[in-house]
Write a protein that binds this ligand. Structure first.
Ligand code: NAP
Length: 268
């Protein structure tokens, strides 16, 4: 197994920390970022128990001015990058169609501008790896992995901010894939419901809920195949995708059933 240098944002809990542990356990060197440094240190210790290497690097992805510093920090920690996984995310719901600019700004700051900031920090190192492809390391083309969401497949109640931020992410990374195609592969990942801190706030049914370990396995498998898009679980993807192909079916018939009379609902 080749040893890739991987950077994960949003790695202090949930899907990100599980990805970090699984990738470290098979020999990759994983730099883990989030705002909470204590959790990152604990994760590094947990990985070390099974001889995995996780290197904590505290970083708030909303700090626009830090990107050049982060590039240097990554370079000094691991010398370069073969993969980045953008997992930092924030979910807030809109109640009763009351759109608040501040709420949108908080969600977009992490999910959209945070993704732009982290990618800006990693790109010089990924480009460098692509240019100096060292065949003996057998790591292949560098990769960008963006964790979006199945919530962006179609309109869902209360997901005006979160779902649209994930839709923006999908467009952003699909487009970046075209512009980087010769040098860097891009995989967009759309998970359904995963049992993490993020979904703890959900007080509505979450069909086909997965555990973080299972979600991380799906992501790692899809990324190893260099898939363009990884959607899971299949049953939830089909339940959202098929009706979305006939908008009248979703928006006039199925979608309205998800809206609770008094307050909102939904959300992968
Ligand atoms: N759980 C689901 O059902 C589900 C479904 C679809 C997509 N997703 C996506 O999967 C990703 C991981 O979510 P999760 O479910 O694992 O949730 P989680 O356990 O709440 O993890 C979110 C991670 O993002 C980090 N983060 C938040 N704001 C940040 C910031 N400003 N800068 C850097 N890191 C930040 C958090 O750490 P700190 O708070 O310490 O910074 C944490 O490590 C998110 O992008 C989410 O949208 C989740």
């Amino acid at each position: 197994m080749s040893n890739k240098r991987i950077w994960i944002t949003g790695a202090s809990s949930g899907i990100g920390s599980e990805l970090a542990l699984q990738l470290a356990s098979v020999g990759h060197t994983v730099v883990c970022s989030a705002r909470g440094e204590d959790k990152l240190q604990a994760l590094a210790l947990q990985a070390a128990e099974s001889s995995g290497e996780i290197i904590p690097m505290a970083y708030d992805v909303t700090e626009d001015s830090k990107t050049a510093f982060v590039t240097e920090q990554l370079k000094s920690l691991v010398g370069g990058l073969d993969m980045m996984i953008i997992c930092a995310g924030r979910c807030e719901y809109v109640d009763n169609a009351k759109l608040e600019t501040d709420l949108f700004r908080r969600v977009y700051d992490v999910n959209v501008f945070g993704a732009v900031n982290a990618t800006t920090a990693a790109l010089p190192l990924l480009e460098e790896s692509a240019a100096n492809a060292d065949r003996s390391r057998e790591v292949g083309k560098p990769q960008i992995v963006a964790i979006a969401s199945l919530s962006a497949v179609t309109g869902l109640p209360r997901a005006e901010a979160y779902g649209s931020s994930k839709a923006a992410m999908i467009y952003l990374f699909n487009t970046l894939r075209l512009d980087l195609q010769k040098r860097i592969d891009v995989t967009v990942v759309n998970p359904g419901f995963v049992a993490t801190e993020m979904t703890k706030q959900n007080d509505f049914p979450m069909p086909f809920m997965m555990q973080p370990a299972e979600a991380a396995e799906c992501i790692i498998k899809g990324v190893a195949k260099r898939k363009l898009t990884v959607n899971f679980p299949l049953r939830l993807w089909l339940s959202l995708k098929l009706p979305s192909l006939i908008p009248a079916v979703w928006y006039r018939w199925l979608g309205p059933r998800l809206v609770r009379p008094e307050n909102g609902q939904q959300q992968p």
